[in-house]
Write a protein that binds this ligand. Structure first.
Ligand code: GLN
Ligand code: ZN
Length: 765
């Protein structure tokens, strides 16, 4: 019989129960016990949703992040946290987000761990920290507890563990320590873990080593060999799990490591299936991830069976089937969606449906296709309907694509010339201050949007409500004396979903939430067909904001690459083609804003970096089409229009040249949590345009002091000519409240004025 399993399940709950419980806990509105009860119930629900599988994952659940959980399980908690007051839960949330609960009195000097994207997904994990004092000591109580809970639901329970090598790979050394020196101690902790699991009655353990799809140098390959040779004696069976890409030159290594089974992402690495079957020793299990765990399309089950049947014939009992990766990256249940058109709905599969697909495939392999003929027929009809649908293909979009030429993606003049014109048009002080776009999304704002969506508020009443919010936001910014204002984005639920709602080619879900980090979830729109701009989207809001103030108001758009990377996109054409369509649509909106008299336009490319292929050898190709798309969207404007872009990360040392090619007049970036790591890049590469390194960590409720901000900026001023520096937060402020934002921005403006006075004597270049 073919064994079915899953690599992990979404944690947030169909109604985002985890999010709401966390947020209430942080506000002291519920107790720790109540929070833990919500979590326990979600786990039970998850196991019920997966009950048809042969092996259920456990330990994949997390209150905040599974990498953070691993750090706690391994006793790797930075001293600043472990020495702080309070209980374990306080430490956990301090490391996650800077403070345990909102009135956490013991968090004064405790900074949160760095937040970074999990491989090429939009999930963020808390970066493990290492230094010369790092020692690991096992603390597996929580995992063991979850195993016991799972046992009450199902007798075949498989713990999901982040592998030691990937854990090391994901972490950062805070001093000159070589990560590899920590390996022995780390392996020892895993040995103890496996003993504890064995004592708990566990037989199979899923051990995730997604580093195997990355380009590994000799020392990492050595680390993998050393680890798994040493863990060979473990009293449990290990399923070495890889996902998100092909193994390529690591395929042989993966096959040779002394484990009991290997999982391959057979969606991205379909070509490697034959090879891995050849290489894999005959006593090992091969688990194939045949259902895409990263998108929401139905799998073509008949086509999958065409290639799986011979594989099954050869492997028999040695074949396991699963989704390609954890289902963390897709919404939970399509049954929750009532508003999608019948057609589109029939093309989709969410987590629950994906597991059903796994079951159908396994049944067909074991008992023949006749055993599931109805399911297969239904699947075939859905696949055909999508292939032929008229709502997917537009002749007008196609002919516009043919008109794209490289000149469309370039500005008319050089940055220096543009900057001079822009300064004439809009004079700004030294160290100009601005924000990244959104301001606190208060309950009133969310209620108004909800009422409008539910037809409880007329279009006119909604417009007035939004105008009121915009006015409030403008007045607040004037009072704070910011230099470049924004309208505050009250009308946007989400920077991608909002534009998805307005452009043709997208469908929206009601409950299609996916965890982004901690309690934050996003609802990616579904890009199912050719994309086009059918009406002005932001012009009216921005123009209204501009009409209220003498200060410049910056128009605010989401860029094509981010739209692409944060949507569930079609898989029937290359991503680069879809991105070009998005670029043309955003370009139309940029030009409409310019025509309406808006002189500064920001085009967020928050997700440009995370779209980078995992392997460097494929970067250039991606960057070429991504930068072209940004250019098409942004660069059709006059010299005097200032283009800003924003990116939510600081690691762009290695893509600096591409970022410079985007040729935005101003780029704002995240830097505060990573202590301006980014600025190192400027020691190597001379970034030619203006830059605003983020000085306020908006992911934490902590308020930066004026001195801290001035320090960060002074640090920046050592590398970047001060006439090209801006002062701004790390990212949008929508998740914060006004009580936090006001003092933080006040300090920010004060720091800017202080620096401007201090540096006044430096001559302009
Ligand atoms: N303009 C967006 C905002 O401020 C940018 C958000 C982001 O970069 N993630 O919310
Ligand atoms: Zn951002």
């Amino acid at each position: 019989m073919t064994t079915t399993h899953s690599l992990g399940f979404p944690r947030i709950g169909r109604q985002r129960e985890l999010k709401f419980a966390l947020e209430r806990y942080w506000k002291n509105a519920i107790t720790e016990e109540a929070l833990l009860e919500v979590a326990a119930n979600l786990r039970i629900q998850n196991w019920q949703d997966q009950a048809a599988l042969d092996w259920l994952p456990t330990g994949d659940f997390s209150l905040y992040d599974h990498v953070l959980d691993t750090s706690f399980m391994l006793g790797n908690v930075p001293e600043r946290i472990s020495q702080s007051a309070g209980k374990k839960m306080d430490h956990y949330f301090r490391l996650a987000r800077g403070r345990s609960v909102s009135d956490d009195a013991d968090c004064a000097c405790v900074s949160a761990g760095e937040l970074t994207k999990w491989f090429d997904t939009n999930y963020h994990y808390i970066v493990p920290e290492f230094d010369k004092n790092t020692r690991f000591s096992l603390n597996a109580g929580q995992l063991l507890q979850q195993i016991r809970e799972a046992r009450q639901q199902h007798d075949r329970v498989k713990p999901v563990i982040l592998g030691p090598v990937t854990y090391l790979w994901l972490g950062k050394c805070k001093d000159a320590t070589d990560k590899h020196d920590l390996l022995d101690d780390l392996i020892h902790a895993y040995e103890q873990l496996f003993k504890a699991l064995k004592d708990e009655g566990v037989t199979w353990v899923q051990i995730d080593e997604p580093v195997l799809v990355m380009e590994l140098n000799e020392s990492w390959k050595h680390a993998l060999r050393k680890t798994y040779y040493q863990l060979q004696a473990a009293p449990v069976k290990l399923m070495l799990t890889t996902y998100f890409g092909q193994l390529q030159e690591n395929l042989q290594l993966a096959c040779e490591l002394p484990v009991d089974g290997v999982h391959l992402d057979a969606v991205t690495a379909r070509d490697e299936v034959a090879k891995i079957i050849d290489w894999l020793p005959s006593h090992k299990i091969l688990s194939l991830g045949v259902i895409n765990g990263r998108n929401i399309w139905k799998t073509d089950l008949n086509a999958a069976l065409d290639w799986l049947e011979p594989v099954h014939a050869r492997l028999q009992e040695r074949l396991w089937l699963a989704p390609s990766c954890s289902l963390l990256h897709v919404p939970i249940d399509l049954d929750s969606e009532q508003a999608l058109t019948h057609d589109i709905r029939s093309w989709l599969a969410f987590a629950v449906q994906k597991l059903q697909e796994v079951k159908v495939l396994a049944t067909a392999l074991d008992h023949g296709r006749e055993a599931v003929s109805e399911a297969l027929q239904e699947n075939r009809a859905a696949i055909e309907s999508r292939r032929q649908s008229e709502s997917v293909h537009s002749a007008a979009v196609n002919s516009r694509l043919l008109e794209i030429n490289p000149a469309m993606s370039r500005r008319k003049s050089s940055y220096a010339q543009r900057a001079a014109e822009q300064r004439r048009k809009i004079p700004l002080p030294l160290f100009p201050t601005t924000s990244i776009g959104s301001f606190p999304q208060t309950q009133t704002i969310r209620q108004a949007r909800l009422d409008f969506r539910k037809d409880r508020l007329s279009a006119e009443a909604y417009r007035l409500a939004m105008q009121k919010e915009i006015e409030h936001c403008v007045r607040e910014q004037e009072a704070l004396d910011l230099d470049v204002l924004v309208h505050g984005e009250p009308e946007r639920n989400d920077m991608v979903e909002y534009f998805g709602e307005q452009l043709a080619g997208f469908a929206l879900t009601q409950h299609g939430w996916v965890q982004s980090y901690g309690s934050r979830c996003v609802k990616p729109p579904i890009l199912y067909g050719d994309v086009s701009h059918t009406h002005e989207i932001t012009v009216e809001w921005i123009q209204y904001a501009q009409s209220l103030t003498g200060k410049p108001v910056k128009g605010m758009l989401t860029g094509p690459v981010t739209m692409l990377n944060w949507s569930f996109v079609r898989d029937d054409q290359p991503r680069s083609e879809t991105c070009k369509q998005l670029a043309l649509a955003i370009r139309d909106e940029v030009l409409a804003l310019e025509k309406a008299g808006i002189a500064i336009i920001q085009i967020d490319e928050a997700a440009l970096r995370e779209g980078l292929p995992l392997r460097k050898s494929q970067w250039q190709t991606y960057l070429d089409w991504a930068i072209l798309a940004f250019g098409i969207a942004a660069n059709g404007v006059e010299d005097s229009t200032q283009i800003h872009t924003h990116m939510c990360y600081s690691e762009f040392n290695d893509i600096m040249e591409a970022i410079a090619r985007m040729d935005a007049d101003v780029i704002t970036i995240e830097t505060s949590r990573s202590a301006m790591e980014l600025l190192d890049a400027f020691d190597q590469y001379h970034y030619p345009n203006e830059i605003g390194p983020g000085v306020y960590d908006i992911h934490s409720p902590n308020i930066p002091s004026m001195d801290a901000i001035a320090d960060l900026m002074r640090n920046a001023a050592r590398r970047i000519p001060i006439h090209r520096l801006w002062v701004n937060p790390d990212c949008g402020l929508k998740t914060r409240n006004w009580e936090e934002v006001r003092p933080a921005l006040k300090n920010m403006v004060a720091a800017s004025r202080y620096l401007a006075a201090h540096f006044r004597t430096v001559p302009a270049r």
